[in-house]
Design a protein around this ligand. Structure first.
Ligand SMILES: Nc1nc2c(ncn2[C@@H]2O[C@H](COP(=O)(O)OP(=O)(O)OP(=O)(O)O)[C@@H](O)[C@H]2O)c(=O)[nH]1
Length: 316
């Protein structure tokens, strides 16, 4: 039986960062990862640094809405080459309610015959966690279903009493650790089917993602570094609370072959990190957005205007 871990947590809570850390541990190198993203273009596949090729992207719909059968199919396709890995991590989209996918994993005959009942590991971040829990049923269900709760970004802030109270209300039984203290072995303790079923029955019903929009801006030509900096500043300033998530790989004119990785969660847009090389053959700039009422054309025109101004200034 293959051990499975479902790693969930709201947008930008640190799932990909933590999974990349686990995969760097030689003990966990033989771990296959199934990534699901909400949006047009999946980037986590490229952002999870992994030396083997067992990172699979589930179609970039949302696990809780459209691709449940994909999950069973993907796990069984992986199982056909089980000599290449020992365990599986499924990273859910930050916007996913994990309930329907857990139900699939507990009821699909083939999956049940070959995989353990998954352990559910939920990340909650100290900076935006309370807002996410207050505003999104998906985030509350992620916490309610956890076997283990991992608190991330404790280097930026201590968990506030309000956040701890919300976790107590939603899932008092799950042990809590900071991500910095979490031993990777906690990912692969199996859930008890009875306990997981009880938690599943207690989750909130949610049928729509509301006013959430997702789009991806692409550019074939590398951007001047200054244009990227100005774009990120303008987005943080103008879109702040309406920006649920931004992430991307950006070709920079001054750094050929070394793409910038960019991340934003609400008003917090991190300074870019640079990779030594492109993670795949696709070297186009791709910036994915998940927003509430920030239209694609606003960002696209903003980028065009900034880029034009920066190029003019460079030519002068
Ligand atoms: N300071 C700090 N930043 C973190 C920590 N964990 C993650 N981050 C940053 O938070 C941002 C989002 O991290 P990801 O790992 O991509 O988050 P995610 O949950 O996979 O995001 P989605 O897949 O979009 O839901 C990135 O800029 C990370 O570098 C942490 O413990 N401390």
């Amino acid at each position: 039986m293959i051990p499975v871990s479902v790693v969930t947590g709201f947008l930008g809570s640190g799932k990909t960062t933590l999974i990349s850390r686990v995969l760097r541990d030689p003990v966990y190198a033989r771990t296959a990862v199934v990534v699901n993203e909400f949006g047009e273009i999946g980037l986590d596949h490229d952002l999870i640094a992994n030396s083997n090729d067992s990172v699979l992207t589930l179609s970039t719909g949302c696990l809780c809405c459209t691709v449940q059968t994909d999950l069973a199919r993907t796990l069984m396709a992986l199982f056909d080459r089980r000599d290449t890995y020992d365990r599986v991590i499924v990273e859910t989209s930050g916007l996913a309610d994990p309930s329907p996918m857990l139900q699939v994993m507990m009821t699909d005959r083939d999956v049940l015959a070959t995989h353990q009942i998954p352990a559910v590991v939920t990340l909650v971040d100290t900076v935006h966690g309370d807002l996410a829990l207050a505003q999104h049923a998906e985030a509350r269900n992620q916490v309610a279903l956890a076997d283990v709760l991992l608190i991330s970004k404790t280097d930026l802030a201590e968990p506030a009493d309000r956040l701890l109270q919300m976790l107590d209300d939603l899932n008092p039984a799950a042990p809590r650790r900071r991500t910095t203290e979490a031993d990777p072995s906690i990912f692969f303790g199996s859930s008890s089917p009875q306990a997981l079923s009880r938690r599943l029955m207690a989750t909130e019903r949610r049928r729509s993602h509301g006013q959430i929009e997702t789009f991806t801006i692409t550019r074939d030509k590398p951007l001047p570094a200054l244009a990227l900096t100005l774009l990120l500043q303008a987005i943080a300033e103008h879109c702040g609370p309406r920006l649920l998530r931004l992430k991307g790989l950006v070709a920079i004119q001054e750094m050929p072959g070394q793409p910038a990785v960019i991340h934003g969660v609400r008003h917090v847009v991190s300074p870019p990190d640079f990779l030594h090389r492109w993670p795949s053959a696709d070297e186009t700039t791709r910036i994915a957005f998940i927003t509430r009422n920030v239209p694609r054309h606003f960002v696209s025109r903003l980028l065009d205007a900034i880029e034009e101004e920066v190029r003019d200034a460079m030519a002068a």
